[in-house]
Write a protein of this length. Structure first.
Length: 238
């Protein structure tokens, strides 16, 4: 099915989302990368299947034994900076994760309508920042593969600031490093924990992505305005 082209002026469509964005209060658009701009299917396949299979092969384990060893470590690390760190997981697993990610780079692709949305935001004259938890090795690979780096005015990784987006210190550090007005910022992400932190900090408008992985069904994000995809956001004129 062909995705509709996004428009900053069109009316919201209740069939595809419930986000109502007031464009008159948006000077800056901040976007997450994985699951917001890029299809999370790549990361889910990499982290849930490839890492465990190759860890098992490297260490002479069954897949069940690999799960038993690694899953508790993953769970204990969730929502911390090491969770998103390629170097950390390479040390834990003994795998060259950058090399494996590069091997699978053909699976990296934008979500339907995402690139058009980036272009429409840029054409509107608003600032456009990529704000990601991805390790620099990961975001550089993904933006090189998709050719999207030049569309952003600024790219900020949580690894630059020493805290993940789920933590208040990330947002304080972001504003200290790069001046912006939170009240006049729109932020879009697929993680409820990140959206909660952004709203608690004072980001003026936050929107959740319900369908970050096109190999799986959409899922709800409680407590936030949501859309299936960036292409569904109705952002009026500035």
């Amino acid at each position: 099915m062909t995705q509709p082209s996004p428009s900053l002026e069109r009316e919201p469509d209740a069939s595809v989302g419930d986000a109502r964005v007031d464009g008159s209060r948006v000077d800056l658009v901040m976007l997450d990368m994985d699951g917001t701009i890029l299809d999370l299917a790549y990361d889910n396949y990499f982290w849930r299947t490839v890492v465990f299979d190759r860890y098992a092969a490297l260490h002479g384990l069954t897949r069940e034994q690999a799960d038993a060893r690694l899953l508790p470590v993953f769970v204990a690390t969730q929502h911390t900076l090491p969770w998103y760190c390629t170097d950390h997981w390479s040390r834990v697993t003994g795998l060259d994760l950058v090399a494996i990610k590069t091997e699978l780079r053909e699976r990296i692709r934008p979500l339907p309508g995402a690139v058009d949305f980036l272009d429409v935001v840029r054409a509107s004259g608003r600032g456009l920042w990529l704000v990601t938890n991805a390790h620099p090795d990961a975001w550089r690979l993904k933006l090189a593969q998709t050719g999207l780096q030049s569309r952003f005015d600024r790219i900020v990784s949580s690894h630059d600031l020493g805290a993940p987006k789920e933590h208040p210190s990330f947002w304080r550090g972001l504003r200290d490093a790069h001046a912006f007005d939170p009240a006049r910022t729109l932020f879009v992400d697929d993680s409820k924990a990140v959206l909660d932190a952004a709203r608690a900090y004072g980001i003026g408008q936050v929107v959740g992505i319900r369908h970050p992985d096109h190999s799986a069904p959409p899922r709800p994000i409680d407590g936030h305005a949501t859309v299936n995809a960036l292409a569904d956001i109705a952002l009026d004129r500035p």
